[in-house]
Design a protein. Structure first.
Length: 71
C-alpha cells in the first residue's frame, strides 16, 4: 500500500469507506451514532496507517485537514 497519496485520493478513500462501513457496523453502545463509529474505523484504517490523524474533514465540500501522527 502506498504511504504517500494526494489529499483528494485519501479523501475519496475515506468517504467511500465511511459510506460502506456505516451500513454494516453494529453498535455496542446505543448512544453513539453509526456514522461516528464508521468515521472512527475508517480514520484508523485509512489515515493512521499513513502516519496521519484527522483534524477536520467534509465529504460534501471535499475538504480534508490532516495532522502528522505522533505517538
Amino acid at each position: 500500500m502506498q504511504k504517500y497519496l494526494s489529499k483528494s485520493r485519501i479523501l475519496r478513500k475515506l468517504c467511500h469507506c465511511i459510506k460502506k462501513v456505516r451500513d454494516t457496523v453494529k453498535l455496542r453502545i446505543k448512544s453513539r451514532s453509526k456514522e461516528s463509529a464508521a468515521i472512527a474505523i475508517c480514520v484508523k484504517s485509512v489515515l493512521q496507517r499513513r502516519g496521519k490523524t484527522l483534524k477536520r474533514f467534509s465529504c460534501r465540500k471535499k475538504e480534508l485537514y490532516m495532522q502528522k501522527y505522533t505517538k
